[in-house]
Write a protein that binds this ligand. Structure first.
Ligand code: HT7
Ligand code: ZN
Length: 847
């Protein structure tokens, strides 16, 4: 398959002035009639053929200005030669037949348990009707839906409805990827919303009967998001209704279709009994994210898919700000950085590395990545730091006024910042165009009067980009004196050269706190003693760096345990103990400080330090580390658990969730030394899913929990979203020697519905998340995951391709493992009929 290049961009030949669609729904033979009012595009002078995209469509009729036209479609669309087209505006009418029930790829119009729904981003609309399916073609849509189902929804405002039909008009010009249709036997959880300017909006969350009592938190999150966007960004909602629908079969998390968001049901439905605190937090963040797209994505969209970070990076940045405001900025930042390092740094350091704005792709679905989303958000965070809060606010106001109703580019975005703040962003743009995580080395000198920090940046080669220029790196710095007082409050240094020094007057040698708040997505390299790390863990006023100091202590120790058989000593144990029982600190922060580095993270760190990671040894030593901590904290753990009990009814707020997270972290440690007694009791006493899962995890990690697994299944067998946890936990936490066996057994479970993406991820994704199990020396983990990806690929290539990233870390490991992964990649590559999606991923990973 051919790659598509950014440099080949041309505007579309025609403008679409209006779209009218009529759907006659039937599971195997839905008819879609489309009327497109078109005109030549002055941006493409001359006469051009009209090319409409279309895939898997049975063309029933085609008319041009009312007259029948004979034109046979090919595999990817339909061309009406320029010779047939009039000079001015004209109308094209098509009628096609499609098969929603046979659509297992979950792109276009498909069925999920008797309900019709759509997923059009990125290129799904071409599976519904013939159309210029590209984001820079924006048009108002009118839609009529006819079907034998009580609820018939589409984008925009409702304009009429009767038995078996409904009509919708979306006045806001939009690209086809934001089109949506839902039809089903659904019930609504509804609430009114009055916008800042007084517009009444009807909010509805549509779910299957029986799920309506699990929508309250999503609705509350939506209302808070709408208010926040008004207050913080001055952005109001712009239609009379806002609908959200929960769907069980969905490839990703959710989709921001104009006025009709469609969600994976696991990111909508929540009750204290069925959802964990993490689920609640994720629901809040995803509801906000999709809502925020109404301005950053929908009103202003992307010119082409290379500009994907324009909407995704900005919208992630906005949802992170929102969650920080709703909860704790410190805790949110730590969680975001954990995710960034686990997913984006991993991607950036391997064969799948690509720039935040890629310049070529084969299948755009493969570019909904941590780099586009999470690094895209980090780049905006750096911009904001560099231009200041006021500059950022001015730039965003200008962006919304200048580009409303347009399909914009990263150049447009940066120009807005330049115009609003006067700052030249030529060098900054490299963050968008160059892949890879910069490594920043730091040295310090103190001569009795001046303290000097020297930074050196290295931008490692990535696929297709052997050499790179220096980046603009904002480094937030604070200085402490030796008794822990801050002598330099947070100051942003701008590193713009390969090597650069910064000087500070200092009569005593200060202790630096560098990269506060994780002010840039880089790897910081500095020789630091355990004493200095413990000092920063105790005294740093920057919560991120305080946590980072504890993290670095733990990572240094675990690395020494793995490489030289070191044992956990009092420097780490005592430092963590002090934080754990420091009641002046937020419990959520204390819980994060107690979390040990992950195995994959350790493997990456060892590899970066020139050591070939042994997954089994990392697993064993990490366990030994947890046991040592459990023994050190042991006598005080029952008291801590008791003190953190929440007496009243469950509330999902950050304060209560933070207390539960520390309580569960303490229970997890206690389970390693009390034979599982406390966790078994906690499991029986749990009245919410957070504590039920917390106790179960503690038992499974300690090699127990079989009785609880049986009880869990018996209680929750009918609940798909809860059962996904049951499948995932026992695989993710299985002993490395048993992980493959447990997975195989669960793939034979009657409820392993592998065509459902959530269930597939809960089983096969959980195995690839079990680091030592997946990378087992036998190669059985690699084989099993590859077998299942090959089985899923013909039905759902998008999900198969996404999950293939499990293999992207192979260059870190020993020659045997490298050989086994390469063999699986070669086997996949050689499979006849492999999809473009999986084919591209496998090709890139093979290198
Ligand atoms: N903009 C959406 C990304 C998306 C997607 C969602 C569901 C299924 C398939 C999809 N392909 C792309 C989601 C978001 O970022 O908000
Ligand atoms: Zn998004």
């Amino acid at each position: 398959p051919r790659a598509i290049h950014l440099s080949d961009y041309l505007p579309y030949t025609h403008l679409v002035e209006e779209v009218a669609l009529v759907f006659r729904l039937a599971p195997k033979a839905t008819r879609v009639a489309a009327t497109l009012r078109l005109a030549p595009n002055p941006a493409r002078p001359g006469r051009h053929d009209l090319r409409l995209d279309g895939e898997n469509l049975r063309l029933l009729s085609l008319r041009l200005n009312g007259a029948a036209l004979e034109c046979a479609p090919d595999d990817t669309g339909l061309t009406i030669p320029a010779a047939h087209l009039p000079d001015g505006p004209f109308t094209v009418e098509t009628e096609v037949e499609i098969d929603p029930e046979g659509n297992t790829a979950l792109e276009g119009l498909y069925m999920s348990r008797g309900m019709y729904c759509t997923q059009c981003e990125a290129e799904g609309f071409r599976k519904i009707t013939f159309y210029p399916d590209r984001p820079d073609v924006m048009a108002p849509f009118r839609v009529r839906v006819e079907g034998d189902l009580p609820v018939l929804l589409s984008n925009g405002n409702p304009t009429g409805q009767g038995t078996g039909w409904a009509e919708w008009v979306d006045p806001w010009p939009k690209p086809a990827y934001l089109f949506a249709l839902v039809a089903g036997d659904l019930v609504a959880h509804s609430a009114p919303f009055r916008t800042a300017s007084g517009r009444e909006v009807a909010l509805n969350i549509w779910v299957r009967k029986g799920d309506e009592d699990r929508c309250a938190y999503a609705m509350d999150s939506l209302i808070r998001s709408m208010r926040w966007d008004e207050e913080v960004y001055g952005r109001e909602y712009d239609l009379d209704v806002f609908n959200i629908v929960a769907v069980d079969d969905f490839n990703m998390g959710a989709m921001e279709n104009k006025g009709l968001n469609i969600f994976n049901s696991k990111f909508v439905l929540a009750s204290p009994e069925t959802a964990t605190d993490d689920d609640f937090a994720r629901i809040e963040a995803i509801i906000a994210h999709e809502y925020f797209h109404n301005w950053t994505g929908n009103r202003i969209t992307c010119r082409d898919w290379f500009q994907l970070c324009l909407k995704e990076g900005l919208t992630v940045f906005r949802d992170q700000q929102f969650s920080g405001d709703m909860r704790s900025h410190a805790v949110k930042r730590i969680e975001d950085v954990l995710l960034l390092r686990a997913r984006q740094f991993r991607e950036d350091g391997g064969p799948l590395a690509h720039p935040v704005r890629p310049d070529s792709y084969v299948e755009i679905n493969n570019f909904y990545t941590a780099t586009i989303y999470e690094k895209g958000a980090e780049v905006i965070g750096m911009l904001k730091r560099l231009v200041g809060d006021e500059g950022y606010a001015k730039a965003l106001d200008l962006y919304f006024t200048r580009h409303d109703g347009q399909a914009a580019t990263i150049e447009d975005w940066l120009t807005v910042f330049q115009d609003a703040t006067g700052r030249d962003l030529t060098q900054f743009k490299r963050w968008y165009t160059e892949a890879g995580t910069p490594r920043v080395k730091v040295w310090e000198e103190w001569d009795g009067a001046t303290y000097t920090l020297t930074f050196e940046q290295e931008n490692p080669p990535t696929p297709g980009q052997p050499e790179k220029g220096a980046k603009v790196i904002p480094i937030a710095l604070g200085l402490l004196n030796p008794n822990g007082d801050e002598v330099l409050p947070t100051t942003v240094l701008e590193l713009t050269e390969g090597r650069q020094s910064f000087r500070f007057p200092a009569a005593t040698r200060p202790v630096p706190s560098i990269l506060r708040g994780f002010s840039a997505p880089v790897v910081l390299e500095r020789e630091v003693s355990p004493e200095e790390r413990a000092f920063l863990l105790a005294h740093d006023t920057d919560p991120f760096n305080k946590w980072e100091a504890g993290r670095a202590l733990a990572k240094d120790l675990l690395a020494r345990m793995v490489t030289d058989g070191a044992a956990p000593g009092p420097d780490w144990l005592d430092a963590i103990a002090r934080v754990t029982f420091d009641e002046t600190l937020d419990p959520a922060f204390r819980a994060l400080a107690l979390r040990l580095p992950g195995e994959d993270d350790m493997a990456a760190t060892l590899h970066a330090g020139g050591v070939t990671p042994d997954p089994a040894r990392i697993w064993t030593e990490r366990r030994r580390m947890a046991e040592a901590l459990a023994k050190r904290l042991g006598p005080q753990l029952p008291g801590l658990i008791e003190a953190l009990a929440e007496p009243g009814p469950f509330t999902p707020d950050a304060r209560a969730a933070g207390r539960r997270s520390l309580r569960i972290a303490a229970l997890n440690l206690l389970t390693r030394i009390d034979g599982g007694r406390a966790a078994q009791a906690a499991y029986r006493a749990a009245n919410n899913m957070t504590e039920e899962v917390g106790a179960l995890v503690a038992l499974l990690e300690a090699g127990a929990g079989q009785e609880e697994l049986v009880a869990f299944e018996a209680r929750w067998a009918k609940d798909r979203n809860v059962m996904d946890k049951w499948f995932a936990l026992q695989i993710a936490l299985a002993h490395p020697d048993r992980a493959v066996g447990v997975t195989e057994a669960l793939t034979r479970h009657p409820d392993f519905d592998w065509k459902n993406p959530n269930r597939f991820r809960s089983v096969i994704g959980a195995l690839s998340g079990n680091h030592a199990g997946f990378h087992h020396a036998s190669g059985a983990g690699y084989r099993l995951v590859a077998d299942w990806l090959l089985k899923l690929d013909p039905l759902n290539p998008q999900t198969a391709a996404r999950m293939s990233t499990a293999f992207d870390t192979w260059p870190r490991y020993d020659a045997d493992r490298q050989g086994m992964v390469q063999a699986e990649l070669a086997r996949m590559a050689a499979t006849p009929g492999l999809s473009r999606d999986l084919g591209e991923m496998v090709g890139r990973m093979r290198g």
